[in-house]
Ligand binder design. Structure first.
Ligand code: GCU
Length: 679
């Protein structure tokens, strides 16, 4: 027995020592190049797992860049294959040395995908695909030691890992915000290999969660660009009218590089004004100078060429100057109360296309909104591309920008909280100079709970710290707590012919939700005329038809109230209709154009009677894809609440809203003080 003990402990010791030696040799040994590459790759994965993303380079449109858009090789990897990730063979696009080599992947002879673009509309097999896809391309680069280089992604939905020349550069989680990595030291003179894995699967701790009423478009959905900047460059700037004095431009500039302290000049040639500041050792300097620009507004979206220069760097931007604030229950744009004649939308290009990724897509969508006489657009439910925010600057739309804290995210999870903060940082960081953006929205229809309220407070604090110049909002859910009392005590008696039991006004109190206190402008999603009749009928002896008829005929009684002296926005209201489906009004036929138009007429009259409501963004401009809409033959995975079909065909309700907004626009144009209050 003793003998066996000794022999086995000697064997174990030798084995342990051998593997220790092997590991040391693996890490520090002098291995053939390709094996070193593998080791380096594994090391780079380990090192970059939680690597800091490089802070965003602002306004890449004004920089020297190389577009990496085009047709990329692609590899659909439903199992996120361990084999492919073992030793980084896919990330390094390892090639077989000879016939005896066993490699079970290849980028060649197979799938290709356009970048920018979602994969769902490029290949029917990927229409509902949730999983990983590898992208690969090569590009030539000529060394320039005077420059630093960044790989800039407009967005990648959802979890992207980036590999350059077989080394892992970094990872980004979040599907709708721009991110970049500095690759100065990783670029090679000549051909470079770029591989990106993108996984659009979401988990419960993600933002958003897997449950969304929109298509989970996966892939490199926005442009990929190699950006070159001087060794010390102007990384970020904020140039806007001072919140407290519209005759001054206030903000800051931030340099990044070896010589952070430099003279920086900010000039607006058209106004003949400029200022020169010296940045500190942190590369930052405040700017504050007198200027009286023509103010940007939807009616006159005036943009100014702004030039910012320092020793080695210069950027040019097109910036509009306006002020936005709240005063009591008014929203004040450039010192005047404004009514937001809005519409909600998704960042879907229409005409059968997927995600917006080109200027013409943006112009088509905004053109439709212009026809509606809208001056405000809710960019629901996630940060849109820079193409869309710059288009709104040019076209003259006030914009609500939002992070996808949508329905029930994991409010108690610190990981989710950090993700929310980062998405806010990336959204605000890119668009802080866009005059069109007046709202940062921190949530949509999130159920009330202590954890949720704390999460929301943290989101609001994050926004206020990053950008105190804009308004914070969030779309509050007309939740069961609010609705049941109202429906039960008013609609039901009325539907049962006991009118005397129903109140004159059917009041819904928004202040039941603590979020209404946290934000500057509370917004409400309400669907009177569409969703509430079915649960009402289900809970009572009345039929759905009677319930729907009662709601429609008494819509004028509905009132939204809050104790808060704040303006209210109706961020969603509407009804579904399949373009071309018709029925008589009396039938109250869901998905008929007539019924949708009727809901709009009744809703708009009801909302107009409530002066505290200072804006609307009905749901929604265009029908959009959604994996939740299963009514075959009618919805077929489309949410049909659009005022236009995906092909741009206008439904009857389009003109109802258009004409309503025309009247409101004429009223505000008349600028008659008395009427101003009514607009
Ligand atoms: C919700 C939600 C939207 C959704 C809409 C609908 O309010 O915010 O994302 O598409 O209702 O039901 O159509």
């Amino acid at each position: 027995m003793r003998k066996i003990f000794w022999i086995s402990s000697v064997v174990l010791f030798v084995a342990g020592a051998a593997s220790l030696a092997l590991t040391a040799y693996l890490w520090f040994g002098d291995w053939p190049e390709d094996v070193k590459e593998i080791i380096d790759f594994e090391r780079s994965v380990a090192e970059t797992e939680h690597a800091q993303l490089t802070p965003l380079v602002m306004n890449i449109g004004s920089r020297s860049t190389m577009s990496l858009d085009g047709t990329w090789k692609a590899l659909v990897d439903p199992n996120k294959s361990m084999l492919g990730r073992l030793f980084g063979v896919i990330a390094r696009n390892a090639q077989p040395e000879g016939p005896s080599e066993l490699l079970e992947f290849s980028f060649d002879n197979g799938q290709t995908l356009n970048v920018p673009g979602d994969w769902n509309t490029q290949d029917d097999r990927l229409y509902f695909y949730r999983g990983m896809v590898w992208y690969k391309r090569t590009f030539d680069y000529g060394f320039d030691f005077t420059k630093r280089s960044f790989l800039y992604f407009g967005a990648a939905n959802y979890d992207a890992s980036v590999y350059l020349n077989g080394k892992r550069v970094g990872r980004h989680v979040g599907g709708h915000t721009a991110f970049n990595f500095e690759v100065t030291g990783l670029l090679e003179d000549g051909e470079n290999l770029l591989v990106v894995s993108v996984d659009n699967e979401h988990a419960a701790h993600d933002i958003p969660t897997p449950m969304t009423d929109w298509q989970n478009y996966g892939g490199l959905t926005r442009s990929v660009t190699l950006v070159h900047v001087p060794r010390t460059f102007l990384r970020e700037y904020h140039v806007q009218l001072a919140k407290d004095d519209p005759k001054r431009i206030k903000g800051w500039v931030l340099l990044d590089g070896e010589y952070p302290s430099q003279k920086v000049k900010v000039s607006i040639p058209e106004l003949g004004v400029e200022t020169e500041v010296t940045t500190g050792s942190d590369g930052r300097a405040e700017i504050d100078f007198a200027a009286t620009p023509q103010l940007w507004s939807p009616e006159e979206p005036k943009l100014y060429r702004v030039e910012i220069t320092c020793n080695d760097d210069a950027v040019v931007d097109e910036i509009g100057f306006r002020t936005i604030e709240v005063s009591g229950t008014e929203i004040i744009l450039n010192g005047e109360s404004v009514f937001l004649r809005g519409i909600s939308m998704h960042e879907e290009a229409g005409l059968g296309r997927g995600r917006v990724n080109a200027k013409e897509h943006a112009d088509w969508l905004l053109g439709q909104a212009k026809e509606l006489n809208a001056n405000f657009i809710r960019y629901a439910h996630y940060p849109y591309s820079e193409v869309m925010t710059r288009a709104a600057d040019r076209a003259g739309f006030l914009v609500w920008a939002e992070i996808p804290v949508y329905w029930n995210v994991d409010f108690e999870n610190p990981y989710t909280q950090e993700l929310g903060r980062r998405q806010l940082g990336e959204m605000i960081g890119r668009d802080r100079n866009r005059a069109s953006v007046i709202f940062w929205s921190i949530a949509n229809e999130t159920p009330i709970s202590d954890a949720r309220n704390a999460f929301m407070q943290d989101m609001a604090d994050t926004v206020r710290a990053l950008d105190p110049t804009r308004l914070i909002s969030a779309a509050i859910l007309t939740g069961p707590e609010m609705l049941l009392t109202m429906l039960g005590s008013n609609v039901l008696p009325m539907a049962m012919g006991l009118d005397f039991l129903s109140a004159e006004e059917w009041v819904l109190r928004i202040d039941q939700d603590p979020l209404a206190e946290i934000v500057d402008v509370p917004a409400l999603n309400e669907y009177f005329g569409w969703y509430y009749s079915t649960p009402l009928a289900a809970m009572s002896p009345i039929s759905t038809y009677t319930a729907r008829k009662t709601v429609i005929e008494n819509m004028h009684r509905v009132r939204f109230k809050t104790v808060f002296e704040k303006p209210l926005i109706i961020s969603e209201m509407g009804a579904g209709a399949k373009y071309g489906k018709h029925a008589s009004e009396g039938e109250l036929a869901t998905f008929s154009e007539e019924y949708q138009a009727m809901v709009y007429r009744e809703q708009l009259a009801m909302l107009e009677a409530q002066p505290q409501i200072r804006g609307l963004s009905p749901w929604i401009l265009k029908d959009f894809r959604s994996p939740m809409r299963l009514y075959q033959g009618v919805q077929d995975y489309w949410n049909l609440k659009g005022l236009i079909s995906d092909q741009g065909e206008k439904k009857l309700a389009f003109s109802v809203l258009r004409d309503h907004y025309a009247i409101r626009a004429a009223r505000s144009a008349a600028k008659h003080p008395a009427e101003q209050a009514l607009q």
